[in-house]
Design a protein around this ligand. Sequence first.
Ligand code: AGP
Length: 626
Amino acid sequence: MRALAGAAKGARMCGIVGYTGKRQALPFLLDGLRTLEYRGYDSAGVELEADDGELAEVKCRGRVAALAELCSGLPGTQTTGIAHTRWATHGEPSDANAHPHRDCSGRFAVVHNGIIENYQELKAELEGTGHSFKSETDTEIIAHLVEEAFRGPAKGSLETAVGLAAARMQGSWAIACVSSEEPGAIVCARKGSPLVLASTDEGAYAASDVTALSNITSRVINLEEGQLARLEPSGKITVYNADLSVVAEPDGFTIDWDASAATIGGYPDFMAKEIAEQPAAIERLLEGRLGPDGIVLDGLSLPLDEVAAIDRIYIVACGTSWHVGLLARTYIERWANIPCVVECASEFNYEEQLVSDHTLCVIITQSGETADTLASARKMHARGAKVIAITNVLGSTAARESDGVIYVQAGPEIAVASTKAYTAQLVAAALLALFLAKANGSMPLRVVRDHYREMLRIPELIRIVLSRAWQDEVAARAFTDAQSSLFLGRGVSATTAREGALKLKEISYLHAEAYPAGEMKHGPIALVEPGYPVVVVVPESPVRDKTISNLREVDARGACVIALATNGDVRVAQLADYLLLVPPAPEWMSPIVDVVHLQMLARYVALARGCDVDKPRNLAKSVTVE
Ligand code: AGP
């Protein structure tokens, strides 16, 4: 098992970019911030440094576009700079609280992703020695700590000063710092919040995630827990341990995305693009997965005898990925006969688990950086369980800290609402279940092959659903005057209902409650009144008739029924106000196909309500705070 770094307590969803080199810094910094917009933010800022060390700062509440406007008057000759998108935690979103933050002398400027938990004590101490503060942020103390250390024990070395500042701090951080004392240098530090670095002939780069670097280079350095780095205009990057000893071979990896994968192409929004990309993403994931002995999952690297002995699985995730977990449990319990517990990470971390030598923990996280999910993995590792990650992001913290990984290979997902990562993660969960089932003898190879061959049909089934987007556009009318809505389903479709309701809430800000259809009469049915939208997920399945009974119950009370049903289902068609038709699919597979309609429905409702479907309010792509 890999040794684990100390548990991160949490971090902001902020984005950091930095550049020092031969080119003008501002264009890269603004482009980098634009690519990180998807992480969620409320203000943005940039610090530029001229060759003589003179610093120039521009920052504002609002979008990167507003920052770019403010920067248009700058000479643009500076070749060093750091920039930031801020998602407020300490202090309201405002110009003053936007990063960068400087020390008293104005010689040190810092951007930060994370939370300094002991900032109040440090601030009081610094104020006691004469420092004054301009913002309400925890981040500002870092600049003052660096200032103190630089003129004291660091004896004029920027990396030593940043290292000494970090040693005083508790919490989590990714930091980039520039100083007029060392023109051209950027010093970075990481604990708990990701930071990647890159070097080219043009200079050295830093960013919170690889999307900001993917059109610069395919080879990046991953700054590891507790490490620092010094970036120089020549492109030289020196990585240090916390004690400032040099790291001989920093951890590097290759980005396997082509830069265009993170651009919008000809689509109206990233969500539309990512919904459309689902068939191709799943084809990529499925390719070559059937070997002579069953499902091939190269990244798992767990000894087969250990896999065969697994007798309990904890599946932990958040949000949409937790919905994947609910279906992963169904697949694993049905096929591999291994009891599973599925829990959302924020709850899991404060509960007791039963861990033996044969316990496996599966974390599911698109970004690989969700703080609660990482904390769960670390907790299970510390208890002696093996941890495997299902993730989309190569080199993410989840991937690096796990004993095994299944990359879902969906490509960068930029829209905050997860779509293609959801369906790809479901396919990965099914592959994992088949892998386990074969390994422990629960399923013969012949049946594994049959299931795999069935799975190969998923992309085509999704293409059929995509071609019926007009049905979702029409059904979106049911929500025009709605204040609330209900999503119902039974069995595996109960999870599809949950995911559909989450999508609608996230991007249209319309309340949507998901309920197992049979439970509805124990409470939520009281919500139903004439015209109330109820989405009923009722594809062909052993529980279809039962769900139709529930559909009748809401129909009898005047609900506006949007029914997701299998082609040719006349009974459902007669009861529904709007129909979303899906092609016939095996019951276990139907959630992977059916949800595509609900993604499109949510998008059309959100567009009709004038919402930004890619960047919904208050949400961040990667939730790196507890
Ligand atoms: C999905 O639409 C949401 N934005 C959110 O629930 C997300 O799934 C959750 O934050 C977990 O993210 P992860 O998969 O990156 O860990």
